[in-house]
Design a protein around this ligand. Sequence first.
Ligand code: PLP
Length: 388
Amino acid sequence: MATVSGHRPVYLDHNATSPLRPEAREAMLAALEIGANASSIHALGREARAVIESARADVAALVNAKSSEVIFTSGGTEANAHAISSAAAGGDIKRLIIGATEHDAVAANARASGLPVEVWPVDADGLADLNWLAARLANWRAEEGRPFVALMLANNETGVIQPVAEAAALIHSLSGRLHVDAVQAAGKIEIDIKALGADTLALSAHKLGGPQGVGALIVRDHVRLRAVLLGGGQEGGLRAGTENVAGIAGFAAAVRAAVRDLPFAADQSVWRDAAANRLAGEGAVIVGANAPRLSNTLCLAAPHMPSSLQVMSLDLEGVMVSAGAACSSGKVRPSSVLTAMGLNDLAGGALRASGGWNTTAQDWDRFADVWCALHARQVARAKTREFA
Ligand code: PLP
């Protein structure tokens, strides 16, 4: 992209999609060159199969799972949908509990499951209330079936990291099942599926520098899932359809790069916090500031500055961020995450800036410069109106 007002464009929207890492691009091009079906038994088919199986090992290693526990999917949405619809179809699960700030990929699929859905509240920092879960499970009745709970590891808007392992202990004490949407956390913090106690876990390649349209559902050995797509019997019969060999290769290459870069991920918080402090000095509210958060994510709300105004004004200056949740229609709605946190007054003014593998300290500085200038203009305009 060309420079804007003499500045290099700034992309702080990695939680929407992280640009493709060079390693992923290279792996995808090499896989595309194979040009064969991984189910074919001839030499090129075997080559494609080898790419998939080596990728499976890389994705498994990312979360300390076994290769046999990885099912490749078309992305995070499908992985979440598979875990939820399959649990709902099993018969032993009769109602679903979902965190109040879950992504629609979880919430909409839970609501569509046909089972009653209970919403597990969060506090003002966006943390799921463990006392609520403990009390709810203490009153669980046998006729309610096995408990099923979906709790995300890190929130897409605020970056808030949920107490998943603590929740798992409560859920498993009743032989319940825990599904974890780890789409935003993967590649940003270390994930150990065993330590977390997740029974199923969703991942998406494009949030960590891989291609869009590919992800994985990790299914622990002891969990029996139903197939969602029937056909050729790929992915252990659980997810039919010719595998996206190039996408899977790119996913694995991005995973390897993200694991390599993980020790440096924490550095982002220094740059992010420097920007946050400047914005807070102008009156912005930093959302989730008191909770453990991903180091790359900054969610703020500015009273009297609608999200859409902020996003568009920043965009004109070459700074690309999101208004709360990015939504497919391109329309900006008040953030349901902030509403769930009880921040109704701020939900219409939420803004999310999220860095990633190619973000620099200068990017966060430029974001703060442009936002503070915008805020100053808005304050001046409001004063003029006051005296008009
Ligand atoms: N879960 C979370 C927390 C997300 O942020 C997203 C994407 O925004 C998804 C699931 C959906 O993933 P995908 O875009 O790969 O379908």
